[in-house]
Write a protein that binds this ligand. Structure first.
Ligand code: GLC
Length: 770
């Protein structure tokens, strides 16, 4: 029993404020499975991650029981004692998140100041936590069980289970080879998911200041979160499964909205192409010549006039880039140009002049516009935290949408700067208040993405396609992301799987890496295995740096070209399935690309798998991600699995040895699954398909298929179709459950393992077997 007295508390609606002697602690019940823990520490302003109130009317009780208070919802019990320990249990009383009672033990790495200098002299780095206490401004330390795995954290390096590593939340552009010793990358997404003795939970720390996660590296008895400033503001997320936790987290911070369908097609990019129309045309001709389906070419910084954003160097585009963009569109290829935040310091240049006139750039504390260097040399940085600046930036995009581009790729928005980091005290806005870089750094890319999304939405009246490098929790509402400057090295094809899977569990379902690797020189084998391994990544883009070996699909001749083509064609068959998954994701937040543990969290074997993943519930992918390998072990979870290539069946809950010569991606479909199967196309058509095929794996299955025009927002007014395909032995049934989009399929083919059934749509809105 604690000797100190329990604090008094007051309840207002679903918020309870506990009056401790030195501060107040608030618990707010948002839903039965989401509780917010909040302690004000002088930081005003609202969340960037969460928009609007997420509080739902929820029944709960609060009682004093012995030495503590107990707050109970139908799903969670929270105990709080006089010593301010906060412990969360599931409804059966199993611990999920409990405050660690002991003292932190700093990691002893056996070094002192004198030796530190010596070690550094050879060029080694000594991590900060070796030499100083890493306690930050506050610390939240939670107990770690012997059987506990930790996931999420957005785009961090390393493996699926984050346990045993430390990470920082501070967006950086560090192009060195990003390996598991890197503690930070381009995004800060401070959500973690855990399985404590097999029981799922999540924690989301909503603080934009620099923060740190130690996932049981310092000591295997606890994990902790520290931040350099800001309030204590975190959310405990419960749920019966890890999937529920992801659904709860994306309820809070938002979901990836349904994308335009063509954005699921293949996209080709390289830094350098867009220097001239001719170079781009050569790539488009190559794609056609080699029979490679493709939907977009990305234009890197070279299309601009001296790296001035919202300009186009017309001289290299026969004086009329708009015509070229439109000609490409007529050939089925869309253009997605890059935009960086840095605005060239040039009084003659309109964007700079208008930003200066309106006071839209960040400034030094003395009020002078802050200048640092990026691609255009001396540049000013738009103050995206200010709503007026976001509006201005949204309008600036009109230059591009008038050119008829189909999306905008935003980059360097950590923000990156070539002449040292932007100092903490540079003045940035936090909505209508003055703030500093220290607080606004991690949401710079987020606010730029938000502005770009708003501009595109207004100007194009289509679902905006924005791709960003920097992000914060919640950016998924406005933008797809790619993982920045990876390299053409095997560790990076390996890292892609856990990185994209953890991003998916952190709310970011529309993700991809630079296929083939951005920096360094790729090899034919690496490129081949990369297109296989990445073929289900929602964003499918091959991109490379200027000055590296070319990695267009034809760059290595045969057999690379044929294998690359085979997988691109496979991808296009799967687009209706991916689109169905996005339609579901926009409602439940569950990612397209998933670690096995998300679908099978009761199976301990799935908890550490780094080299397999799933696409939705029923497709399992086990790529080769090592050189010179032609066989691999594949773990199959419970159920029966069908080898996609030869229909051979396997029992689950075992490891099988799969042959995987260079042209083979091991791919399994769970028995009794129906997959929609798009027809062979060169580009995703904007015309509605008149027919579709469903492939049946097994002998009974049920599938819901979604269809709309694939481009605009009319689906939100009911302009979509929902189909149900049901198979029970020879009995096949096709129904149009919701008919809101006029062009329903005229013909539907259901391919069974031993034959096919063809259905035609009749005037009564019913499908009849032919
Ligand atoms: C950054 C981007 C990369 C781009 C380059 C030039 O390094 O991450 O994708 O090609 O800038 O714009």
């Amino acid at each position: 029993m604690s000797k100190t007295k329990l604090p008094n508390y007051e309840q207002h609606g679903q918020t309870i404020t506990f009056d401790y002697s030195n501060h107040q602690l608030q618990l707010t019940v948002l839903t039965p499975e989401i509780v917010r823990v909040f302690e004000y520490r002088g930081n005003d302003g609202s969340s960037y991650a969460i928009e609007g109130s997420k509080e739902q009317k929820t029944d709960f009780t609060i009682k004093q029981i012995d030495d503590h208070y107990e707050l109970r919802t139908s799903a969670l019990t929270i105990k709080l004692d006089a010593g301010q320990h906060l412990d969360v249990y599931d409804q059966k009383g199993n611990p999920l998140v409990t405050d660690y009672r002991g003292k932190r033990q700093l990691l002893n790495k056996g070094i002192d100041k004198v030796h530190e200098r010596l070690v550094k002299a050879e060029g080694h780095s000594v991590s900060e936590s070796t030499v100083k206490s890493d306690s930050g401004y506050y610390q939240i330390v939670k107990s770690l069980a012997a059987d506990e795995q930790l996931y999420g954290l957005g785009d961090k390096t390393g493996y699926l289970n984050k346990r045993g590593y430390e990470y920082d939340n501070w967006n950086v552009d560090n192009p060195n080879p990003q390996l598991e010793n890197f503690t930070k990358l381009y995004k800060s997404i401070p959500v973690m998911l855990g399985l404590k003795n097999g029981r799922p939970y999540g924690l989301f720390f909503d603080n934009t200041y620099k923060s740190h996660f130690d996932m049981g590296k310092e000591n295997s008895n606890y994990y902790f979160y520290t931040a350099v400033d800001g309030n204590i503001d975190y959310y405990v997320l419960g749920g019966r499964s890890l999937k529920d936790v992801v659904t709860n987290y994306t309820y809070l911070t938002g979901r990836v909205p349904l994308p335009q369908k063509w954005t699921l097609g293949y996209q080709q990019s390289r830094w350098g192409y867009s220097a001239s129309q001719k170079e781009v045309q050569d790539i488009v001709d190559g794609l056609k010549k080699y029979d490679l389906p493709c939907d977009a070419i990305h234009f890197d910084v070279d299309y601009m006039r001296g790296y001035r954003v919202f300009t186009w160097n017309k001289d290299n585009y026969n004086g009329n880039p708009k015509k070229f963009v439109s000609d490409l569109k007529n050939q089925g290829i869309k253009v997605v140009p890059i935009i960086d935040p840095g605005v060239k310091k040039d009084p003659e240049y309109q964007t700079y002049a208008s930003g200066i006139k309106n006071g839209y750039f960040v400034t030094s504390p003395d009020g002078k516009v802050y200048i640092n260097k990026v691609w255009p040399g001396d540049s000013a940085f738009p103050d995206f935290g200010n709503p007026k600046v976001r509006q201005w930036w949204a309008n600036n995009n009109k230059f591009l949408t008038d050119m008829e581009v189909s999306g905008v790729w935003i980059d360097m928005n950590e923000p990156a700067s070539f002449e040292g980091q932007i100092p903490d005290n540079i003045i940035f806005s936090d909505e209508n208040k003055k703030s500093t870089h220290k607080k606004m750094h991690n949401v710079y890319g987020h606010n730029m993405a938000r502005a770009t999304y708003a501009g595109l939405k207004k100007q194009q009246d289509k679902r905006p396609f924005v791709i960003t490098r920097a992000a914060y929790a919640g950016t998924q509402k406005y933008s797809t992301i790619w993982t920045g400057d990876n390299r053409s090295i095997w560790p990076h094809i390996q890292m892609m799987i856990p990185q994209l899977c953890n991003l998916g569990m952190s709310g970011f379902s529309f993700v991809g890496t630079d296929i083939g690797g951005f920096a360094s020189d790729t090899t034919s084998e690496l490129l081949t295995r990369w297109i296989e391994a990445a073929i289900f990544s929602p964003l499918l883009r091959n991109h490379s740096a200027m000055g590296t070996r070319h990695q267009e699909p034809w760059s290595f001749g045969e057999p690379t070209l044929s294998i690359y083509r085979k997988y691109l064609k496979l991808r296009y068959h799967f687009i209706p399935y991916l689109y169905d998954l996005f339609a579901q994701e926009s409602k439940n937040g569950l990612p397209i690309m998933r670690p096995l543990v998300l679908n099978y969290d009761n199976d301990p074997r799935t908890r550490e798998i780094n080299d397999e993943f799933m696409v939705g519930d029923n497709v399992l992918v086990a790529p080769i991600v090592e050189p010179s390998q032609a066989k691999r072990l594949v773990y199959l979870p419970e159920g029966q699995w069908i080898d996609f290539w030869n229909n051979r069946e396997y029992e689950g809950q075992q490891d099988i040895v799969m042959d995987a010569p260079l042209d083979k991606l091991p791919l399994f479909i769970k028995k009794n699954t129906i997959l929609p199967w798009g027809k062979s196309v060169d580009h995703v058509s904007e015309k509605a398909d008149q027919e579709i095929t469903f492939k049946v794996f097994g002998d009974h299955a049920d599938y819901q298929h979604y269809q709309d025009d694939g481009t605009d927002f009319n689906y939100q007014d009911g302009e979509f179709n929902q189909y149900r395909i049901a198979v029970d032995g020879d009995n096949v049934n096709v129904q149009l459950k919701h008919h809101g989009f006029k062009s329903a399929y005229e013909k539907i083919t259901v391919e069974l393992p031993d034959g096919k059934n063809i259905f035609k749509l009749y005037n009564n809105g019913k499908y009849q077997d032919q």
